[in-house]
Design a protein around this ligand. Structure first.
Ligand SMILES: Cc1cc2nc3c(=O)[nH]c(=O)nc-3n(C[C@H](O)[C@H](O)[C@H](O)COP(=O)(O)O)c2cc1C
Length: 306
């Protein structure tokens, strides 16, 4: 039997395989995005960028805990005006879709940043409405259906590229928020951002991160993310991108079976390196062949059958 096709069509984007770089793990430089694409990623998502430059929080901003990381970076970024130069260069250098993650403090700000990113060449926009540690943006926007609807509508009116909405697990009902995003016109939902968390040092008797609280990522959050993907898939009819704790092909397959059309990988890059993308894609291909299947889309949501 021939090898299975790994190609995925996601909200109009064509990905050579279903793996994507998750936002924020590797910053903003074209060289980094190139190394991720060379590592086999089907698409690249940038770190979240806002209207104005932001320094972020003082160190320490990341701490290792059992089975994951807790981070509170504080959305450090050069601002969209500076970043458009990297987007232009990345468009020339990369042969995979470039998705720019944006954040803002109002619907108009999200739309302005998204508009500038698209004008510079972004293939799609991912709205970060789920950062758990910066006030008045991120999850403060993504935990209210009403505010979220305004943001998504405004961005959809401003740009003519696909809009992904990245959801937070730190809400009472992710299904309701997902439905609101879909109703407002989201082309895909990325599930999920980090889980609110805290690390304390017993010796200093103090929280370790400068911001005190942060967001948990890595293997520890995988079952939470998987549950959210599974549950949103049953309720909302837009493509889902699964994200949270994926570090090998089995993890990725579980997300596809739960209902994700593609997956994002973040924390695992810190332990495995950029080769994680090729390893995961190759594993999915072998799995499909072993199961006698010809394409990724054949397993999307398969765990829901009765
Ligand atoms: C150090 C670090 C920085 C992050 N920065 C961002 C960011 O700027 N924007 C965003 O939407 N998500 C950000 N995230 C969240 C990740 O994109 C991802 O949703 C989360 O880490 C879960 O996936 P993982 O377990 O594969 O890392 C960050 C995560 C980490 C660990």
């Amino acid at each position: 039997m021939k090898n299975a096709s790994l190609t995925v069509s996601l909200a109009g984007l064509r990905l050579a395989n279903p793996t994507m770089l998750a936002s924020g793990i590797l910053g903003y430089s074209v060289e980094t995005f190139e190394s991720i694409a060379k590592g086999g990623a089907g698409a690249v998502v940038t770190k979240s960028v806002g209207l104005k430059p932001r320094e972020g929080y003082p160190n320490p901003t990341v701490v290792q805990v059992s089975s994951g990381l807790v981070n509170a970076m504080g959305l450090p970024n050069p601002g969209i005006q500076e970043f458009v130069q990297e987007i232009r260069k990345a468009k020339v250098a990369l042969r995979v879709p470039l998705i720019v993650s944006v954040y803002g403090f109002s619907p108009a700000e999200y739309a302005t940043v998204a508009g500038r990113a698209v004008a510079a060449g972004a293939d799609a926009i991912e709205l970060n409405v789920s950062c758990p540690h910066v006030k008045e943006t991120g999850s403060e926007i993504g935990q209210s259906s009403q505010v979220l609807i305004q943001v998504v509508r405004k961005v959809k009116h401003t740009i003519n590229k696909p809009v992904f909405v990245k959801l937070s697990p730190n809400v009472t009902s992710i299904e309701e928020i997902a439905q609101a995003a879909a109703n407002a016109g989201a082309d895909a939902l990325t599930i999920m951002n980090t889980v609110k968390a805290l690390a304390i040092d017993a010796e200093t008797m103090m929280p370790i991160l400068a911001n005190k609280t942060g967001g948990l990522s890595g293997p520890a959050v995988k079952p939470i993310a998987l549950r959210h993907v599974y549950s949103v898939y049953e309720r909302v009819k837009v493509p889902i991108i699964g994200c949270g704790g994926i570090s090998n092909w089995q993890d990725a397959v579980e997300f596809l079976l739960a209902g994700a059309s593609a997956v994002q990988i973040g924390t695992a890059i810190s332990t495995i390196g950029p080769a994680v993308f090729e390893k995961v894609a190759c594993g999915i291909s072998k799995y499909l062949k072993r199961k006698g299947l010809r394409s990724v889309s054949e397993i999307v949501g398969l765990s829901h059958r009765n």
